[in-house]
Design a protein around this ligand. Structure first.
Ligand code: NAD
Length: 511
């Protein structure tokens, strides 16, 4: 039985989420995994887990689509993105519903995620300008030289559960306008958004086979990492998997950028505006249930006076926070992604308590009325956290804010610089000199000054330092253009007909 006979059935009405290959939704049912509504704990759908044969088929399809797409004029490729942006805006409510149903984040948060993703599409619309290349006339006698930025071929993106729209949109719009074809392997926990994006791309006029989605787990990922036709891999997810992806992809000769986990600290200096610090920390720590790689999960208070004041105000504000179902937009945040993740986050709170920290607000055992089976963790505030604690060293990825008390700004910076992660950080102060010193010396890739979530806009690039990023180029923005193209430099000479070229055995120079 060939692939088409096996998988190209009618759209599945029984809740099986399949793949999108060669411009069609396809289904494969050998191995599946449950998809949950995290707010209710109910199983809502199943996702097909692609086997090697399915992934190889998608790669072959993308390879076959590459030559024509590569040779499509860049302005036409950009026009598809213009149309895609319009469609994303028209269908934003549908996309936010899908995100809410499978991820659990509140609709207002999903809308923010989508908007940040759309900004990457807008940047990609500038491809004709971004890909213009470089030109130098008369680099030698009758010699001109220029650099082109050419697409790589078939490239792959492997993405995490926490931004089912935004993180894929960090990758494929730029990869596609640069002339590559693409295979997306989204998170198996919330895979439907990617299929919807694929259908919108098709509606926008993207030729079949240029963009493909394979759902799956390690088997699908490993096939992508080993297949010789895959030229580059963009990964976003946890650090152990990022490290594995980077090592395996590069060992197989691929270009790779692998963005990993985080532990983002905010320093609160004694002169900070306390009320603004408190409201900003609430959103940055508990928004999206803390399931953001840029979530602020540690506040380092410089001096006991500011620590006590911030904790007192946080405690009062946390009582007012509301969490629950994604469709109730009066909620501040939703559940975490799974029952296993809820248990893991609660385990970190437990370990902090056992290691001597003080649980100021305890979110364990949260069960909002009507959603008792949902995967909720309430907002949690922990004081007296020290660097030797497991909850300080590891990424919790839940609605948990830990307070570390130090005596000086140097002590606070040392903590951050010695942490294995270096994704984001923020300093709260009114002192410009302190902020400038901090931003210059801190060993972190994305720095906020009174800005709690300093996620770079689409025309800059996103990436952390240390074990938050494996590879050299950041995601999206100008680094995205470089990642999805390779430079070719052409040097050309058209001497006049009467010019005779002398033999030259030494290295050519202009002397
Ligand atoms: P994850 O690492 O579990 O999964 C990410 C992707 O890798 C998924 O597509 C998954 O199917 C695949 N995968 C998982 N295990 C694998 C294995 N053993 N072999 C091959 N592939 C595998 O991450 P997650 O739980 O989906 O996402 C949360 C993590 O992502 C957090 O650590 C968060 O900090 C991180 N994250 C980082 C950024 C960033 O920009 N640095 C952004 C978002 C999320």
């Amino acid at each position: 039985m060939n692939f088409n006979e096996k998988f190209n059935q009618a759209p599945n009405a029984t809740g099986l989420v399949g793949h999108f290959i060669a411009g069609q939704l396809t289904y494969q049912t050998e191995r599946t995994q449950n998809i949950y509504n995290p707010a209710t704990g109910e199983i809502t759908k199943q996702v097909a887990l692609a086997d090697t044969q399915t992934v190889e088929h998608a790669i072959a399809v993308a390879q076959a689509a590459f030559p024509a797409w590569r040779d499509t004029p860049v302005i036409k490729r950009a026009r598809v993105m213009f149309k895609f942006k319009e469609l994303l805006e028209q269908h934003s409510a549908d996309i936010c519903q899908l995100i809410g149903q499978e991820h659990g984040k509140i609709l207002h948060d999903a809308a923010g995620e989508l908007q940040r993703g759309i900004e990457n599409v807008e940047y990609a619309c500038g491809a004709p300008e971004l890909l213009k290349g470089e030109y130098s006339k008369n680099v030698g006698p009758d010699i001109d030289s220029w650099s082109d930025f050419q697409p790589l071929g078939v490239v792959a993106g492997i993405t995490p559960f926490n931004f089912p729209a935004m993180v894929p949109l960090w990758m494929f719009p730029m990869a596609l306008v640069c002339g590559n074809t693409f295979i997306l392997k989204p998170s198996e926990k919330d895979p439907s958004t990617s299929l919807f994006l694929a259908e919108l791309l098709k509606k926008a006029g993207l030729p079949d086979g240029v963009f493909n989605v394979v759902n799956g787990d390690k088997e699908a990922v490993d096939t992508l990492l080993h297949d010789r036709l895959i030229q580059a891999v963009s990964f976003v997810g946890s650090t152990p998997i990022a490290e594995y992806i980077y090592a395996t992809a590069t060992a197989h000769g691929k270009r790779c950028q692998a963005l990993g986990g985080a532990k983002n600290h905010a320093i609160i200096l004694p002169d900070a505006d306390v009320d603004n610090v408190v409201s900003s920390l609430l959103g940055a720590a508990f928004g999206s249930s803390g399931e953001r790689c840029m979530a602020l999960s540690v506040a380092v208070a410089v001096g006991d006076e500011i620590a006590d004041l911030v904790i007192e105000k946080l405690q009062a504000e946390i009582k007012k926070l509301k969490y629950g179902h994604y469709a109730d937009t009066s909620n501040d945040f939703g559940p975490v992604i799974s029952a296993a993740h809820k248990a893991k986050v609660e385990g970190y709170i437990q370990s902090a308590e056992e290691q001597g920290a003080k649980i100021v607000v305890d979110g364990r055992g949260a069960a909002p009325s009507g959603y008792e089976q949902g995967f909720f963790v309430g907002p949690t505030l922990i004081d007296q956290v020290t660097p030797d604690m497991q909850s300080y060293q590891e990424e919790i990825f839940g609605p948990v804010l830990q307070i570390v008390r130090v005596s000086t700004m140097q002590d606070a910076m040392q903590l951050i610089n010695e942490h294995e992660y270096g994704n984001g950080t923020c300093i709260y102060t009114r002192d410009g000199e302190a902020a400038r010193y901090f931003s210059h010396h801190i060993q972190v890739g994305m720095v906020g000054i009174n800005v709690p979530l300093p996620v770079p806009v689409a025309y800059h690039s996103f990436g952390g330092w240390k074990r938050s990023l494996f590879g050299d180029l950041y995601a999206y923005g100008p680094d995205g253009v470089r990642f999805y193209t390779r430079r070719k430099t052409i040097t050309q000479r058209w001497p006049a007909a009467n010019v005779r070229e002398a033999k030259q055995f030494s290295m050519p120079t202009l002397n």
